[in-house]
Design a protein around this ligand. Structure first.
Ligand code: PHE
Length: 340
């Protein structure tokens, strides 16, 4: 009896399996009603009285060992099973993940900055909420200028005036007040005008302003810089045309047209038959503006230009309604893909 118990103890101790069926065989062999261990217990009644204590202990130990072995392996197999059958089926094809696309305003914003940064322009930004000095007075706007009217400008407070900037030219002033020439910078940002919203006008849009101030900056520099920009933005065959204009802060001032990139100048819907499309305002920084910012206008000259980002995007993508930029309709937005 002792030898049998030792033999089974050894067998049980060395038992290993990773299969449930083999574990069940183990249970049937040792632990079931007709199994080895209950069999040994029934033989126990024949054990002579002087050995009963020892053999009884050995038998109980054998039974515990078998039960523990069984429980332990069962537990491991069950744990492995729950890991192996999660709800995730790794053989399924992956779900399609929608990638976002950039907003057309961001695409053009980035493109304008990339084009000018190749010729040494840096980027700065200013606040959307401005005071009268930076948006108007320092830029040479007369007291009675119509832009100062409530009809054209969103005033947040009248005295002292706080307003939503009507153009990014305010950032020219902030930059010239705190940096000395040479200055060669771009100022992109959001601007606000108190206008009725329609397909052609919105009360908010984006501009990029450019400023170059140094000794001997001339109108020829302005013209060549803008020609470079027009060709990078609209194609190498693009021509430019400067028409005299007026801005309080530049003298002389001009508006720039580009030759129509759609019809090449023959006349079409985009250029309304003229062969030219207007894209920006520009001019030589008025000496009074330089002086307002503490830059000596007898020593330095500069040029500035400003353009609407939506305007460029409307031309580039042939969009017919400016409101589309602000509605966040993804059927509109997902049409724009860009590396920038
Ligand atoms: N600030 C002008 C506008 O909003 C554009 C401009 C900028 C013109 C710089 C000349 C020089 O229309």
């Amino acid at each position: 009896m002792r030898d049998k118990i030792r033999k089974y103890t050894e067998e049980i101790n060395s038992f290993r399996t990773s299969r449930k069926e083999e574990l069940e065989d183990f249970r049937i062999r040792y632990l079931s009603k007709k199994g080895i261990i209950p069999g040994l217990f029934s033989e126990f009644k024949d054990v002579p009285a002087d050995q009963r204590r020892d053999i009884g202990l050995m038998l109980n130990e054998l039974k515990n060992t078998a039960q523990e072995k069984f429980d332990q392996i069962l537990h491991l197999l069950e744990a492995a099973e729950t890991v192996q059958k999660p709800s995730l089926d790794l053989t399924l094809p992956a779900d399609f993940m929608e990638t976002g696309s950039r907003h057309p305003v961001s695409i053009i914003w980035n493109e304008i900055i990339a084009i000018f940064s190749r010729i040494g322009f840096t980027v700065a930004e200013g606040p959307d909420i401005e005071d009268d000095w930076h948006n108007f007075s320092a830029l040479n706007f007369q007291e009675e200028h119509p832009a100062r009217d409530m009809q054209d400008t969103f005033f947040l407070q009248e005295q002292p005036a706080f307003l939503l900037r009507t153009h990014t030219s305010s950032v020219q002033i902030r930059t010239m007040e705190k940096t000395r020439p040479p200055i060669r910078a771009l100022f992109p940002g959001r601007v606000y005008r108190n206008e009725a919203i329609s397909a052609r006008a919105h009360c908010l849009f984006h501009q990029v302003e450019g400023l170059y101030v140094d000794r001997h900056v001339s109108f020829a520099d302005l013209k060549q810089t803008l020609l470079y920009f027009a060709r990078e933005m609209f194609g190498e065959n693009t021509g430019i045309r400067l028409r005299p204009s007026f801005f309080p802060f530049t003298e002389p001032s001009a508006e720039m047209d580009i030759s129509c990139f759609l019809c090449g100048g023959k006349g079409c819907r985009i250029c309304k038959g003229t062969g030219w499309v207007e894209i920006l305002g520009c001019g030589m920084v008025d000496p009074a503006v330089l002086d307002n910012c503490g830059i000596n206008s007898t020593e330095y000259t500069g040029f500035a230009f400003g353009m609407g980002i939506e305007r460029i995007a409307i031309l580039r993508y042939q969009i017919n309604d400016i409101r589309l930029f602000f509605e966040n309709d993804i059927r509109f937005l997902r049409q724009f893909r860009s590396a920038l």
